[in-house]
Ligand binder design. Structure first.
Ligand code: SF4
Ligand code: SF4
Length: 213
């Protein structure tokens, strides 16, 4: 008797499960289709249709990159290579909190190997200005691997940075020279004048003591 009850119970549970599943399936018969015929026919650009926090290709806003190298050091598989030059201090606006951040170095090279990148965001998190960030771009199909090696600093930009670095170096040298000259002048002014001392009286040639003794 117990075996029959169990058998009937199993049939009831199976039927309930099938009905639940079919209810979900049938509910889609009354909804508008949501198929996106990518890439030929999309109602709007595909990048407008993917979530805000999507991790697409990395990009760097070089204008606000302060070349702190935190991203390069954070990458566990060495995707990022940065070289830089020292420039005159400027203030840039952080994309994270809008605060003014001092910038004294500008990248002359900023390469990202997208074909190695695993989109872990370890480089994005420590960036103090939000310069390095994910975009929504993901269409990177290419027959050339080197197309996925981003070289973000163009030769024109590098030339401008080097020019600014030369100017900064000249100013720094002039400042240093002026400082040294000022220090030398101050040292010369502060040096005590030599005391005017009377020469000792010459001893008498006959061995007599000097007058007054
Ligand atoms: S996302 Fe990860 S793997 Fe890619 S560059 Fe940044 S730290 Fe490296
Ligand atoms: S962490 Fe940000 S500011 Fe620093 S070098 Fe990388 S991109 Fe530039």
């Amino acid at each position: 008797m117990q075996a029959v009850a169990e058998y009937v119970g199993n049939i009831r549970r199976s039927a309930g499960t099938i009905l639940n599943g079919m209810a979900v399936t049938f509910s889609y018969m009354f909804r508008p289709p949501i198929t996106t015929q990518y890439p030929d026919r999309t109602p709007k650009p595909i990048t407008d249709m993917i979530p805000e926090r999507y991790r697409g290709f990395l990009w760097v806003d070089l204008d606000i990159c302060i070349s702190c190298l935190l991203c390069e050091r954070a990458c566990p598989i060495d995707c990022i290579k940065i070289e830089d030059a020292k420039i005159d201090k400027i203030l840039v606006t952080s994309a994270i909190d809008g605060k003014a951040t001092p910038k004294i170095k500008d990248p002359t090279r900023f390469d990202i190997n997208l074909y190695k990148c695993m989109y872990c965001a370890l480089c994005v998190e420590p960036c103090p200005t939000g310069a390095i960030h994910f975009t929504k771009e993901f269409e990177g199909a290419t027959p050339n691997l080197s197309d996925l090696h981003l070289r973000l600093v163009s030769p024109e930009r590098k030339a401008k940075v080097m020019e600014a670095a030369d100017e900064a170096a000249k100013k720094e040298a002039a400042k240093k020279a002026a400082k040294e000259a000022a220090a030398a002048a101050a040292a010369a002014t502060a040096a005590p004048a030599a005391p005017a001392t009377a020469p000792p009286p010459a001893p008498a040639s006959d061995g007599a003591p000097p007058a007054g003794e």
